[in-house]
Design a protein around this ligand. Sequence first.
Ligand code: AP5
Ligand code: ZN
Length: 213
Amino acid sequence: KRLILIGPPGSGKGTQSPLIKDEFCLCHLATGDMLRAAVAAKTPLGIKAKEAMDRGELVSDDLVVGIIDEAMKKPSCQKGFILDGFPRTVVQAQKLDEMLARQGTKIDKVLNFAIDDAILEERITGRWIHAASGRSYHNKFNPPKVLGVDDVTGEPLMQRKDDTAEVLKSRLEAFHRQTEPVIDYYSKKGLVANLHAEKPPKDVTTEVQKALS
Ligand code: AP5
Ligand code: ZN
């Protein structure tokens, strides 16, 4: 399947992605994870993206469209994929449609992680991630087996630079202003499934499975 996950920061896109990936055997493309890796490696792309990311603003459409265009060429992404955090503007959505049209394919489903803004600060400020894999934990809602350590690799966990209450405000503003129109864009095509993203992780997984079956 070819899927898009849309939702505000902390709505659970990254948490549900590995489960969807395992079940439907897809590739998981998260523009945020790819950009953070580029920033950490100080590549030209990372240097261009860093400032906007630190401020909680979107990086330019051209940069992210370029990343996705490149990543989708991977053999593992030919039969299906999960786009997590892309497209986030209507321009990105239009570019994606053009990209897929060239391959003779299209999006099957858009999962909308609907949730109230008020819940998100606690999720964001309590999050710990394993940078290399993008796995995320929460000190209260999904603690690792050993505090500060990734369950799978045993490597240390870290907090994201943009996971502060202050930067969250700009990220939410960007979501409402630039990304919500993308939900309308796909609603008009009849592709959107709305999830109750405020529910516990297991319940959200059940909703995802229903939406995809
Ligand atoms: P990105 O990395 O995509 O960040 P985001 O959209 O803000 O989303 P998050 O990763 O914060 O949230 P999530 O939904 O994955 O939540 P998670 O599952 O981890 O983007 C970062 C930046 O990169 C952007 O600000 C922008 O600058 C740039 N960027 C990226 N893509 C771009 C694009 N296409 N165009 C332009 N710029 C782009 O969950 C959060 C926490 O809650 C975790 O601790 C988790 O354990 C916990 N949790 C998850 N689900 C539940 C649940 N059901 N109940 C309780 N706790 C839960
Ligand atoms: Zn994420």
